[in-house]
Structure formats: C-alpha cells, structure tokens
Design a binder for this molecule. Structure first.
Ligand code: LMR
Length: 400
C-alpha cells in the first residue's frame, strides 16, 4: 500500500552531514550544520555541563517521573530571566509565561500552533533568506508565510531600506519573525539603532514580534548584549514571543532543550495563554524531557557554575571570531579575487560567503568540503589546521 511513496530529498542542512559521513576521504571537512567543534575538530561537551550531569547522577533523590506539561518550573523561570534580564519588569509583573519545549524548533512550533489557533492574523513575515526550517515550521502550523527583504547580496550586509519598506507595507497585526542575534544563515544583524527603528515601526503597526533566539552568547560572547534586541521590545510593554534554544550556547544539541516565552499585557492574560499552550503541547509530545532542562537549571541557578559557563561560552565565541580572521587572512594571502571583508564583519556561527551552488558543489567534489548549497559555512566547524584547505578550495572555486 506504500509503493506509491516517493523518496523525499534529504534535509538541506542535516542532509549535508549524511553526505559527509559517507565520504571516505581523510581530508573531508563538515562546515554544514551549525555545531561547534574544537581546534581538534571534535564535538565539545562543556566542563560545566559535565559537572552538572555528575551532580544530577549523584543526587539519589532524583527520579524519572513525568514533568508537568509545561516542563520544569525552575528551568522555565531561569530561562525567562536569562533572555529578558534579571530585573525585567515583565517577569516581576508575572506577564510572562514560559514553557519548556524541544529546543528552538519545538519552541517555534508550539508558539506558531498557538498563534494559528488564537491570534487574529495568520500571516507571518520571515526574513529573506532565513533558516531553512522556518517556513516549514510555520506553514505546517497553519500560518501563512510571507517574506521581508533582509540581505543585500551586493553589500553582503543588511538591506535595511527594503526591510523597513516590507514591514511597513505588511498588514497591521502580522506576525514578524526576527532573529534575536547572529542571523542564520547570513551572519548579518541590525545595529542597535536599526533595531530601535524596527521596533518603532512594528509597534506603530501593531506587528507581533516572534524572536528566534538560538545564539544568545554566541554572537558577541556576552549573554546580555546578545539579548538586547529582545529586551528592547519587552521594555516597551508590548507583547512578544521568544523561542530559546540551548543547543549552541550550552552545547546541548541532542538534549533538545529550549523554551517558549510569551510576554503578555497582564498576568491574567499570561496565565490564560499558558493554559492554552498546554493544550498545544499535550497532544504533540505530552511533556518535555527532564535531563537537559535539569542540566540547564543546575547551571543557571548556581552563581559559580553560571560564571564558569559564561567563560566557556566566551571561549567558543572567541574561537569562532578568530577563525573569521584566519580565513580572511588566508584568502588575502592567496590573492583570491573579491572583497572578503564580510567574513570578519558577519556575526555568529556562520559566514554567508556569497559562493554559488556550483562553486559549493565544486568544493565538495574536489576538496571534500561540505556546506549548504547557499554558500553558508559554519565557522564553528573550522580550525587553524583546516583553514588553509578551505582557503585553497575557495580560491580554486572562485578562480576556476
Ligand atoms: C543550523 O542551521 O545548522 C542549525 O540550526 C542546525 C539545524 O537544526 O539546522
């Protein structure tokens, strides 16, 4: 009965790892998925995460009971504090509801399902380009996906005018997806002044912000600086959705730990929203897993462990930034044609190189370098040892 089923294509991002794993070459390099690697090219489990796990294992009072539908209460509280700031009036006034979800994707999906059921506007504007999973998540949730201009290929920077025009002509009340920092895939973020203009425009048109915060601490190395965009929107007292992921900033990729926060106008509305979020979550995954959220809560609630985390996080962010400089220098040393300054200007895990899909295919074929076909490379997958190989490949792709 299933003989009519056609084979689906691999995922444009996770499928890159599938292809990489099949390649027997000893020089192969995976710069596809945004996952941090050490200078030795190995995945990293943070020391503070190991320590938290040890504490959890040693605590014999811990059991494996179901969490409530909304997840671990302590984790939710600490997650809201992390993104909105310890002194956030919205938290103090109990206007925020936070529910634990399955990392960024799960948080976006739960938020979008809620909006499709309870919000008067179905249109969500997403930046062009954006993370490949965004349009799928929102469409399958029942929202209608539209795009707004974001990236300017000519400058390899922000198309701010286009962004303002497109949001300016969006129907009042539309939902707008914003990347809190370290825009994926472009690495291009608005400045604080531009964020303020975006905020004013959106509030004047009652556009509803839905932030995807997958890289807090990864862009600048500072958890507070990377939450500024979100905090600006929350400070004005308006509504706001935020999906948080701990995949990158705590390296908890496979633990699937994240949170959805909805900032409301009053505490009463927030508690009603929470009651409806429970109705979204229960038939979707019933209640979230306990282990990853316990790790996060253990770290966030202990001052020393929190400080240790920020140091390890900064080290990851700094290593990525140093890879940007090394790759830029390597291309300059080779005299590779073109202006590569965007490599050092762009922010976060990714460089949007400007290489086209033929050049990417060439680099994979000839140099065993794996990346998404839109020319995005994960700087976090690069090391001092592999920079020359990548620079050789880019040089050959550009000059060949
Ligand atoms: C990425 O963009 O590479 C990451 O966010 C991983 C993913 O799930 O796509």
């Amino acid at each position: 009965v299933f003989s009519h089923v056609v084979r689906a294509p691999e995922d444009p991002i996770l499928g890159v790892t599938v292809a990489y794993n099949k390649d027997p070459s000893p020089v192969k390099l995976n710069l596809g998925v945004g996952a941090y690697r050490t200078e030795e090219g190995k995945p990293l489990v943070l020391n503070v995460v190991r320590k938290a796990e040890q504490m959890l294992v040693n605590d014999r009072s811990r059991v494996k009971e179901y969490l409530p539908i909304v997840g671990l209460a302590e984790f939710n509280k600490l997650s809201a504090k992390l993104i909105f700031g310890a002194d956030s009036p919205a938290i103090r006034e109990n206007r925020v509801t936070t529910v634990q979800c399955l990392s960024g994707t799960g948080s976006l999906r739960v938020g979008a399902e809620f909006l499709a059921r309870h919000y008067h506007q179905r249109s969500i504007y997403i930046p062009q380009p954006t993370w490949g999973n965004h349009p799928k998540i929102f469409t399958l949730s029942g929202l209608s996906v539209k795009t707004y201009r974001y990236y300017d290929p000519a400058t390899r920077g922000l198309n701010f005018q286009g962004l303002l025009e497109d949001l300016g002509s969006a129907p009042s009340g539309s939902i707008v997806l914003l990347h809190a920092c370290a825009h994926n895939p472009t690495g291009v973020d608005p400045t604080l002044e531009q964020w303020e203009q975006i905020r004013q425009l959106m509030r004047s048109k009652a556009l509803l912000p839905f932030f995807d915060s997958a890289y807090q601490g990864f862009a600048s190395g500072s958890l507070d600086a990377d939450a500024m965009s979100v905090r600006m929107f929350v400070a004005d007292g308006g509504e706001c959705f935020v999906a948080q992921s701990y995949a990158k900033n705590m390296g908890l990729y496979g633990e699937r730990v994240g949170a959805l926060s909805v900032v409301c106008k009053t505490a009463d509305v927030a508690s009603k929203v929470e009651s409806q979020l429970k109705l979204v979550i229960r038939p979707m995954f019933s209640n979230p897993p306990i282990h990853g959220a316990s790790i996060v809560a253990t770290i966030l609630k202990d001052r020393n462990m929190y400080n240790e985390w920020t140091i390890e996080l900064k080290a990851m962010a700094d290593r990525i930034i140093s890879m940007r400089q090394k790759l830029f220098d390597a291309l300059r040393a080779r005299g590779t044609p073109g202006d590569w300054s965007h490599i050092i200007k762009q922010i976060g895990m990714f460089t949007f190189t400007g290489l086209n899909s033929e050049q990417v295919a060439f680099m994979t074929r000839e140099y065993h370098i794996y990346m998404t076909s839109d020319g995005r490379i994960s700087m976090a997958g690069l090391s001092s040892k592999t920079v020359p190989h990548l620079a050789d490949a880019i040089h050959a792709a550009v000059t060949g």
